[in-house]
Design a protein around this ligand. Structure first.
Ligand code: BYC
Length: 470
């Protein structure tokens, strides 16, 4: 296990002290990062003490330390999972050959593009969530938001390290650009669509961490398979941190369902208007939020039929999540049927990898819904939450702009246009959700629209003062 050196300006386990040029370059980028954090991050809470975990080793057991930290003093660092001795490429045309410790010239620009795209999402999400602290439903939730924010900041460091260490001047320029693009900016937006959507309320945050962070899990898992070993090791450690982000989404949405069911019981009705008047989120409204964020996140896998994904796999740059679970790691012989508006299209399996990933992602998304539906069923209600069809509201791929309902049926365009507001949050829905977003900061107290969590952080009680606001 490689220890993390915390005595340096940039904590790391990559022996930065012995590469003075790289160290200097990263130390020059550091003030730009802190400037960005101060301007685009949760800077209104810069003086608060937050009970944060910080990575102190990359050992699976006991990798994190917990304690009160002011966010600008968080030690953002560079941590790679331990190297696997004699690691071999696990898929593609060069399967079985030694993994790469440098970037092969012919893949340089493609690899850089993948790393930049991944890196771009991390600061984007911090920007999207920048103001949520002002409407937190509890101190417990506020702490979780800030934990996610600092770790997304660290994930940006993870990608910037790769750009600086392996891509020379181009890499350094890309690292600057990662701080120059901004979520939702008219002139310089973030690269991927979902990361330009505003996240203005906590229901959106829980959906974002449930659906969009889960895309992150799948993309990181596929990059963890990469033949480029430093990328693989970086992503493996990022995945350790990522699990908490999805936990926040899954338990957050579960707590919303729990509170709604309590309200339904208290009122003896499932009438959305009465549930809203009672200050809770009616289930059809929650369904519209799920439809919105799930469909947006489905776009993040790219087109169903993609020559980029075929080339990335064949050359060993990007595998499938948990590549070892598949029988065939070369995919030169097989085909797959892809659902398109023109009917099923048979394509080489290599060109269908985005879709293969999207399908396993959707299965993972089902897990939370099953759990929430069980609690709805146990409470005696017929309503069931569902995931929208992969065809619904797509902006990328074969189904782009098709008039399809959440069940996947093609509709006349006019009907689709008038009914879309039944399926995704309307302005009224969003205004209502915003009206629920009142800051609750007494330790242990929760906003009326969400149930308390089952337990606190790191075995502390729920009423621990997770954030000392200053
Ligand atoms: N929006 O062949 P295509 C996370 C572009 S989330 C805008 O269909 P390809 C996180 C695409 O870039 C995980 N543009 O797709 C979560 C390409 O442009 P270029 C992020 C899009 O290339 C929460 C063109 O369309 N990680 O970590 O096979 C909080 C045609 O592409 C979109 C990654 O994305 C879109 N939705 O795959 C914090 C991993 N979709 O290159 C963090 C790295 C596609 O022709 N990225 N395009 O100019 C990749 O693996 C691939 O770039 C993609 C697309 C999966 C995104």
């Amino acid at each position: 296990m490689s220890a993390i050196n915390y005595s340096e300006r940039i904590p790391n386990n990559v022996d930065l002290a012995n590469d003075r040029k790289l160290q200097r370059a990263l130390e020059q980028w550091q003030p730009s990062f802190l400037g960005w954090w101060g301007e685009m991050g949760p800077s209104d809470f810069a003086q608060s003490d937050v009970y944060l975990r910080t990575a102190i080793s990359v050992d699976a057991q006991g990798w994190a330390h917990y304690g009160a930290v002011k966010m600008p003093e968080y030690r953002w660092g560079i941590f790679l999972a331990d190297a696997v001795a004699d690691r071999k490429i696990g898929f593609g045309d060069q399967m079985g050959q030694p993994a790469w410790h440098q970037v092969p010239g012919e893949y340089r620009s493609t690899l850089r593009r993948l790393i930049v795209t991944q890196g771009d999402t991390e600061p984007a999400s911090v920007e999207q969530q920048r103001l949520l602290g002002h409407t937190c439903p509890s101190l417990y939730d506020l702490r979780n938001l800030f934990q996610i924010n600092v770790e997304e900041g660290r994930h940006l460091w993870a990608m910037v390290y790769l750009l600086h260490a392996y891509f020379g001047r181009d890499g350094r320029e890309e690292a600057e650009e990662l701080l120059a693009r901004h979520s939702g900016d008219k002139d310089k937006p973030r690269i991927l669509s979902t990361f330009n959507e505003p996240v203005q309320d906590w229901l959106s945050l829980y959906c974002f961490t449930y659906f969009t962070d889960r895309d992150g899990k799948y993309q990181l898992k596929s990059l963890a398979e990469s033949a480029f070993d430093p990328l693989s090791r970086t992503c493996r450690f990022m995945l350790t941190e990522e699990a908490h982000h999805m936990f926040v989404g899954e338990t957050g949405l579960g707590r919303v369902v729990k509170r709604t069911l309590e309200a339904m019981k208290e009122l003896g009705t499932d009438d959305p208007a009465r549930i809203r008047a009672h200050g809770a989120v009616d289930l059809p409204l929650l369904q519209r939020y799920l439809n919105f964020w799930c469909s947006s996140s489905l776009d993040l896998f790219g087109s169903e039929i993609s020559s980029n994904s075929a080339a990335n796999f064949a050359s060993g740059l990007k595998g499938r999540p948990d590549e070892s679970q598949y029988p065939d790691h070369v995919l030169r012989e097989s085909t797959l049927d892809i659902d398109t508006p023109e009917g099923a299209k048979q394509v080489p399996a290599l060109n269908a990898l985005n879709e293969t990933m999207r399908e396993s992602y959707l299965k993972d998304c089902e897990i939370g819904l099953k759990r929430w539906n069980r609690s709805i069923e146990r409470a005696g209600h017929a309503f069931r939450l569902t995931l929208p069809s992969k065809r619904f509201r797509r902006s990328i791929g074969s189904w782009v702009n098709q008039p399809v309902d959440p069940q996947g049926n093609l509709l006349p365009r006019e009907e689709y246009d008038t009914r879309l507001r039944e399926w995704i949050p309307s302005d009224d829905d969003r205004a209502f959700v915003r009206s629920l977003m009142q800051k609750v900061i007494a330790p242990g107290k929760m906003a009326g629209w969400i149930a308390a969590p089952d337990r606190g952080i790191n075995n502390l009680p729920i009423d621990y003062e997770y954030v000392r606001l200053q």
